[in-house]
Design a protein around this ligand. Structure first.
Ligand SMILES: Cc1cc2nc3c(=O)[nH]c(=O)nc-3n(C[C@H](O)[C@H](O)[C@H](O)COP(=O)(O)OP(=O)(O)OC[C@H]3O[C@@H](n4cnc5c(N)ncnc54)[C@H](O)[C@@H]3O)c2cc1C
Length: 453
């Protein structure tokens, strides 16, 4: 299962896209890849760090995890918080979309792009399984409106600050920790706080037995005729050619009858080149979805490690890792955003009680089951498309999503486990303790993409 959603090119809106016909021919030009600039150069509350008085909290990195935590702490209102986020440039990730499921009110309701109350999976044979996960809803947030919403909330709190600077080092000092930053002009800035929450992406992944990559490219397409059902999100569509290793699927998030994010995703060891993604997307749009004439308005690409590595959550007495860097990405799905919200709530609650503890983003049982699944997929012992199709077809949707949130009981987990190929899964579980763990570099966001330009 995967995640994500839509974004329109802010540079050109619907203009200047690529228009393709059923024959794949190009009528006009230039795919509008995302504009990397982000609004909100500097948000400053009434208090800035003056170099003499330590802050309560420094959050390093203003992405999904950093801003979610800062948002929660700002709502508490009594802590001095500074978020350190680099100026526009190579360290800032491109604009992207986060999808997650949730019930009830949403902290980021003002930035939500779309919601769906029905989800669908297509098996390899074309059978569609549509489910209603009520009371859960599938939700889509774009990173730019999310940032604007959080930046404006931080700006309203005189005790919070967003500092545009690059964190170079984070180290413990008596009474807390120190973050040494480089300002956009080149000067050095040193911040001190009682606690630092660091969300910078790791350069090297912790040692793991299995590392698969969830890698994908998506197009925001506008069709000439109405082709989508805006009420249903297609989470996994296995009617695409399967790779020799791992699995592949389409992912469709309709935003209107003629407008959707359409993605091609693989769980495998190596990302594709951009032309390879484009060929797979073109085939999916043309031959599987039969979109007819369509315009590609923008594109999104990414790679998310799916690993049984153990991410340390603590880098010192006063330094904690959060977000992907702290293991918030669910190994079997790549979903991270919801875990980041749970973790932010828990950290805020711990700080309110004066406790220094970052709870694990995922429970042990969930991680153990994911380790088995990843290894079984990687070895080819189970057939990925059949596995996910069967799981969706046989487990009530709400329970399956709760399972992916780590919120099911052991009994429910057992029931779900019995819908999987028990023999290969057991064999994999028995061999796991004897497998070595290896460190590997973290994959870059657009690997091999640059080569192909
Ligand atoms: C394209 C894409 C789509 C995804 N879609 C989904 C989805 O739909 N649902 C889901 O649950 N998960 C999704 N994920 C996975 C995950 O939710 C995201 O990767 C998410 O952004 C992780 O949050 P984070 O805060 O850990 O990392 P990021 O959001 O990447 O934030 C890290 C921050 O650290 C900053 N930084 C880096 N270096 C420095 C430095 N030296 N000093 C200061 N700051 C620094 C960066 O600028 C960045 O803002 C997606 C991932 C990608 C790549």
């Amino acid at each position: 299962m995967n995640r994500r959603g839509e974004r329109r090119s802010r540079r050109t809106g619907t203009a200047g896209g690529r228009i393709r016909g059923p024959d794949g021919g190009t009528r006009a030009d230039t795919t509008n890849d995302q504009d990397r600039s982000t609004p909100g150069a500097q948000v400053r509350g009434g208090q800035d760090h003056d170099g003499t008085r330590p802050l309560d909290v420094i959050v390093v990195g203003g992405g999904a995890a950093g801003l979610s935590l800062a948002h929660r702490l700002a709502r508490r209102g009594d802590l001095t918080v500074t978020v350190v986020e680099p100026p526009d440039g190579p360290l800032r990730p491109p604009e992207r979309t986060w999808c997650y499921w949730a019930a009830g009110p949403d902290d980021f309701a003002g930035a939500l792009e779309a919601t769906w109350s029905r989800l669908r999976i297509h098996g390899r044979d074309g059978t569609g399984i549509t489910v209603d996960p009520a009371p859960l809803q599938y939700r889509m947030l774009r990173s730019a409106p999310f940032e604007r919403l959080v930046h404006s909330a931080l700006g309203r709190n005189p005790r919070t600050t967003l500092l545009r600077a690059t964190a170079e080092t984070v180290r413990e000092v008596p009474g807390g920790a120190e973050v040494r930053c480089t300002a956009p002009g080149g000067g050095t800035r040193i911040l001190r706080a009682a606690r630092v929450f660091d969300s910078r992406p790791p350069r090297v992944l912790p040692p793991a037995r299995t590392l698969l990559l969830q890698h994908f490219r998506g197009w925001f397409v506008r069709t000439a005729a109405d082709r989508f059902d805006p009420a249903v999100a297609d989470l996994m569509d296995f009617r695409v050619p399967q790779p020799r290793h791992g699995l592949a699927f389409g992912y469709v998030l309709p935003l209107a009858a003629d407008h959707a994010l359409v993605e091609y995703t693989e769980f495998s060891r190596t990302p594709l080149s951009r032309p390879e993604y484009e060929a797979a997307l073109e085939h999916y749009c043309r031959s599987v979805l039969r979109l007819g004439l369509y315009t590609v308005e923008a594109a999104e690409q990414g790679v998310i490690p799916m690993t049984d590595a153990r991410f340390p959550r603590r880098a010192g007495r006063a330094v904690f890792r959060i977000g992907t860097a702290g293991g918030a990405t669910r190994p079997s799905t790549g979903y991270t955003f919801a875990a980041v919200q749970r973790q932010s709530r828990a950290i805020a609650a711990a700080l309110a009680e004066g406790r220094d503890r970052v709870p694990p983003p995922h429970g042990r049982r969930a991680l153990a089951m994911d380790a088995v699944l990843l290894r079984a997929l990687d070895t080819g012992r189970i057939d990925g498309p059949d596995f996910f199709t069967r799981l969706f077809g046989r487990t009530p949707a709400e329970r399956l999503l709760r399972f992916l949130d780590g919120a099911t009981t052991p009994r429910e987990d057992l029931g779900i486990g019995l819908h999987t190929p028990v023999g290969p899964m057991l064999r994999t579980a028995l061999e796991l303790p004897f497998l070595p763990r290896r460190s590997r570099p973290a994959p870059s966001v657009t690997p091999r993409d640059e080569e192909s330009r």
